[in-house]
Ligand binder design. Structure first.
Ligand code: NCD
Length: 426
């Protein structure tokens, strides 16, 4: 899997990380060219087939991808309801994409409720896999649509001031967009609904990898606007209730509602209003006539942007040469039992087809992230395979360099099950 994947030369779009800033700009420029005349591109992908595999509901993403492929001269097949596929008989995602990518289709667009599903599918599918939303993890193609609208309206992507507002915990569109904007040097603000704050692991990544930590606003719009910068965009999301667990359900009070009259200050005068849609109570229709409301544009540009993405993933358009983005951290594969701590991770759903795999970081403090869902895990013990001894991390920190001998455990039962003993010196 991953580095050794037999299909490692294909252009999967599993997270926004796989595209450099330069590549993003190239894709958006190509989408601009396409949008001049959507009907002029049918010679780009004739005879190619897109399979849309949607294990979760969708209107815009699936239909705009299918429309994009048809406009490129290709064809589409798909599953819009997993109950009508062999998934309902217990077929694994790995087997499904292996078959579909074998001879049925040339590219797979996948939406799935488990975090990391697209990365896992990419390991098994012989054709490119495009992530159309994996649990609450990422939604990179929506991010390209969002960036497209931002670039058109603000004439640049660098250094924008953007406020994320609403459910920042489960909104995958927010997560991908925050990573992308951080790379473009944005100043990010967060105005989360209480209980739906951006996850710690995302905040840490923004800070440690991109040197860009969102400023959390005490209220929104802020009460004290002295020294507050001019905001370029407000990015609002609906409550992702389908992902709420008991904790969020219990905490859920009335969700915010963005009142127009509250945004009269200079700081917001030029802010465009963005929303990935669908909207619920947070975005009243009274905003629709406001020229700054660009959410319907975000959706309609989905077609040219996804035409550019398909042409790229299918190798039908020459783009500048580029080396893959460097990945930080050391890859650690766990054969001895440590599983990802996120119960919604694909590695926990498809245990027979995935091997637990993490990236270890030994910067100021030790941290590790699942290679599928990118959530952090906090193991309690570390050990050495050579002497089968283990230590509690609280008593003896993990040595600050990666060693292939290293083994990590969540708890004492796990280490005993693998015939490790606690070191007498701990
Ligand atoms: C989003 C999604 O599915 O994450 N929808 C979309 O693709 N435009 C946002 C949402 O469902 O709230």
């Amino acid at each position: 899997m991953f580095e050794e994947s037999p299909h490692s030369n294909k252009r999967d779009l599993v997270s926004i990380d796989v595209l450099s800033n330069a590549r993003i700009e190239e894709l958006l420029s190509f989408a601009d060219e396409i949008s001049q005349n959507l009907r002029a591109w049918s010679a780009l992908c004739p005879g190619l087939i897109l399979a849309s595999l949607f294990y979760e509901p969708s209107t815009r993403t699936r239909l705009s991808f299918e429309s994009a492929m048809l406009r490129l001269g290709g064809g589409t097949i798909g599953i819009a309801d997993p109950r009508s596929s062999s998934a309902s008989k217990g077929e694994s995602l790995a087997d499904t994409v292996r078959i579909i990518g074998g001879s049925y289709a040339d590219v797979i667009v996948l939406r799935h409720p488990s975090e990391g599903a697209a990365r896992h599918a990419a390991d098994y599918a012989p054709v490119p896999v495009i992530n159309a939303g994996d649990g609450s993890h990422e939604h990179p193609t929506q991010t390209l649509c969002d960036l497209y609208v931002l670039r058109r309206s603000k004439k640049k992507l660098k250094g924008l001031n953007v406020v994320f507002c609403g459910d920042l915990k489960f909104s995958r569109t927010v997560h991908s967009l925050a990573y992308a904007l951080a790379r473009f040097g944005a100043h990010l603000f967060s105005a989360p609904q209480t209980g739906l704050e951006m996850p710690e692991s995302i905040l840490r990544r923004l800070k440690e990898e991109f040197g860009n930590e969102p400023t959390k606003l005490a209220s929104f719009p802020p009460k004290d606007l002295k020294d507050f910068p001019k905001i370029d965009a407000i990015y609002l999301t609906r409550p992702q209730r389908e992902r709420f667990q008991e904790k969020e359900k219990k905490e859920e009070a009335a969700y915010l509602r963005l009142e127009r009259k509250l945004f009269t200050s200079d700081a917001f005068a030029e802010a465009i209003l963005m929303h990935p849609l669908p909207r619920t109570e947070e975005l009243p229709p009274e905003w629709d006539q406001d020229p700054r409301s660009l959410y319907f544009q975000q959706a309609s540009f989905g077609v040219p942007v996804r035409m550019a993405i398909l042409a790229y993933c299918l190798g039908r358009k020459e783009f500048g040469k580029e080396l893959p983005l460097p990945k930080n951290g050391e890859l650690y594969r766990s054969e001895l039992g440590l599983r990802c701590s996120n119960s919604n991770c694909i590695s926990r759903a498809e245990t027979r087809y995935t091997q637990s795999c993490f990236r270890l970081f030994f910067q100021k403090t030790f941290s590790m992230r699942c290679e599928y869902c990118e959530m952090e895990s906090n193991p309690s013990f570390w050990g050495l395979q050579s002497n089968r001894l283990a230590w509690p991390i609280s008593a003896k920190p993990i040595p600050p360099t990666f060693d292939a001998d290293l083994v990590l455990f969540n708890n004492i039962e796990e280490l005993r099950a693998q015939d490790f003993d606690l070191s007498p010196s701990h």
